[in-house]
Design a protein around this ligand. Structure first.
Ligand code: OGA
Ligand code: MN
Length: 240
């Protein structure tokens, strides 16, 4: 799965923080049983930036219940426990992690994933079959990177289990433009289109985990990530 990542060098931390209320803007959020995107969970270097990303960045608090989190953990923990956290590769995009992929799920988990897919992906969008599971140790973190455009499509949707965390997005060609997303435990985040292609994303290490002036302790965190496939490139016959 590390093939999916190309690390972009980390950028320095920036100061100004703006929240942007996006009330009244139409968005694809609000479908399904979960609450609408929670704007208080997204802050950025300017109000304009927060507004302009619009529905390309969504965080939905309490997307799953405690019971559903338990069902996912019950299914994932036995496999994860057999692996060791990897810390030693200095050039990796991810530090202090173990990971796996899962194609087949029990009924309870399948139901959760169906809900994730129905809110996150355009209808009919072909999805990457296996779901990616990333288990970050308390000391683990994910460096700034952009998911491979060769292997992943326009949308990335992730559930956060066991811990709150902060995801930072930085515009690739304008590093002074950034967003911080507070990802509460049991929330779902969705990155689409430009937010996925033109911004790096990272998960901050515990020591740096501060949202809007508020310290957010980063414990062990498991993410359950669904992705779609890249749009098919036309074949030479289709091009005529
Ligand atoms: C990744 C990634 C984020 C997360 O694996 O490419 O960015 O929520 N993961 O774990
Ligand atoms: Mn990624």
């Amino acid at each position: 799965m590390r093939l999916l990542l190309s690390v972009i060098s980390r950028r320095v931390h920036r100061a100004a923080v703006h929240t942007g209320t996006r009330r009244g803007l139409s968005s694809s959020a609000g479908r399904g049983p979960s609450p609408r995107r929670d704007d208080a969970l997204v802050v950025g270097s300017s109000r304009e930036l927060v507004l302009s990303v619009g529905s390309q960045v969504e965080v939905r608090a309490s997307f799953i219940t405690e019971e559903e989190e338990g069902a996912l953990l019950k299914e994932l923990e036995p496999g994860l426990r057999k692996k060791r956290y990897e810390f030693d590769h200095w050039d990796d995009a991810i530090h202090g992690y173990r990971e796996t992929e899962r194609l087949r799920w029990g009924e309870a988990c399948e139901e959760i994933l169906t809900r994730v897919r129905s809110v996150a992906f355009p209808e009919g969008s072909p999805l990457l079959g296996p779901v990616h599971i990333l288990d970050l140790d308390k000391a683990g973190y994910i460096k700034a990177h952009i998911d491979s455009v060769k292997f992943c499509g326009s949308t990335i949707a992730g559930l956060s289990l066991l811990s709150d965390s902060i995801m930072r997005l930085v515009k690739e060609d304008a590093p002074s433009e950034w967003l911080n997303l507070l990802l509460p435990r049991r929330s779902l985040y969705i990155l689409r289109d430009e937010a996925r292609y033109n911004f790096t994303h990272e998960i901050l290490k515990d020591e740096e985990s501060v949202f809007n002036g508020q310290r957010v302790p980063r414990l062990r965190r498991i993410s359950v990530i669904c992705r779609n496939l890249p749009a098919e490139t036309p074949t030479s016959t289709e091009l005529g």
